[in-house]
Design a protein around this ligand. Structure first.
Ligand SMILES: N[C@@H](CC(=O)c1ccccc1NC=O)C(=O)O
Length: 289
């Protein structure tokens, strides 16, 4: 559990503080910004997204954020920490919700994220925005990564002229292997089939288990993989391993190891302009390429 590795507080206190800060900041952001909440992209209660910075120019860059919580907890309504700094720099932020396990299977969640991404890319095209980045935290980084390992979906969005609008992914404290989770209480909740375990493991322990990707269409995509020094050692190892796999898949891969940072202040600090990851996000989303 990532919360056990923080040097700031013990696990329960850390999670309590993180949830409270996330909730309070989201409320503040909703009081102080132009936004639109709860736009449906699917048929269920949670398949909704919020847009922050609706007063920004129509063609502003867009950051789509996918929250974490081991695919079984957390929500878009606790995801406001990523918003204020980005909209202050002219970037619209979309925060997506999705159904959770065990109510739905992981495959269904991944399908929801594909649908959401397609909607947001379509919205970008209609409003003249040339730049969409997708960010995910923890299990949300896994969901974002799942997008670039599905050739059929990539072909679909490419055939609609949407793939060129997707400029990059930023994967924050992500999970890229399923196997290590099967020894935890998550096993029953996720109830994954052997096929799902294989398909959704993007950084296998045995690197020779990686099926060779040959997705030419992804050549121009940039992927930033970042993880904190005080995250769980297995998360750090998976991030390194997944970065190595990505080098074969996309031309522009950046691995950022954040000293002194844990699984939760990696997101909390995004409200701070001086935080390295804030600067990286702003630079990448505002530089024309
Ligand atoms: N039970 C987990 C909580 C957790 O992993 C988490 C909670 C909120 C947002 C992201 C999280 N991490 C991964 O998806 C822990 O103790 O670290």
């Amino acid at each position: 559990m990532p919360s056990c590795w923080s040097k700031r507080y013990e696990s329960t206190e850390l999670l309590e503080k993180y949830f409270k800060l996330a909730e309070d900041t989201t409320k503040e952001v909703r009081n102080s910004t132009e936004h639109e909440l709860n736009i449906s992209y699917g048929s269920s209660e949670r398949t909704k997204y919020d847009i922050y910075g609706t007063n920004l120019p129509k063609n502003a860059p867009i950051f789509l954020f996918i929250h974490g919580g081991y695919w079984k907890e957390f929500s878009k309504d606790l995801s406001g920490l990523v918003v204020p700094n980005l909209i202050a720099h002219g970037i619209k932020v979309v925060v997506g919700g999705y159904d959770l396990c065990p109510n739905v299977r992981l495959t269904e969640i991944i399908n929801q994220i594909k649908l959401l991404t397609e909607k947001i890319l379509t919205m970008a095209r209609l409003s003249g925005s040339q730049c969409v980045w997708i960010g995910g935290h923890s299990a949300g980084a896994h969901l974002a990564a799942a997008l670039i390992h599905d050739q059929n979906w990539l072909d679909l969005i490419a055939s609609h002229g949407l793939l060129t609008l997707l400029k990059g992914l930023v994967l924050i404290g992500g999970i890229y292997a399923i196997e290590p989770l099967l020894g935890t209480s998550l096993k029953d909740c996720l109830n994954l089939s052997p096929d799902e375990i294989k398909s959704y493991t993007f950084a296998p322990f045995n690197e020779s288990d990686v099926t060779e990707d040959n997705f030419i269409a992804l050549r121009d995509l940039k992927v930033i993989v970042t993880v904190g020094e005080c995250d769980s050692p297995i998360f750090i190892e998976e991030s390194r391993r997944y970065s190595r796999r990505l080098i074969k898949l996309v031309d522009n891969v950046e691995f950022l190891f954040l000293r002194g940072i844990d699984h939760f202040d990696i997101i909390e600090n995004l409200t701070n302009k001086e935080y390295h990851l804030s600067k990286v996000l702003i630079k990448n989303l505002t530089t024309r390429n």
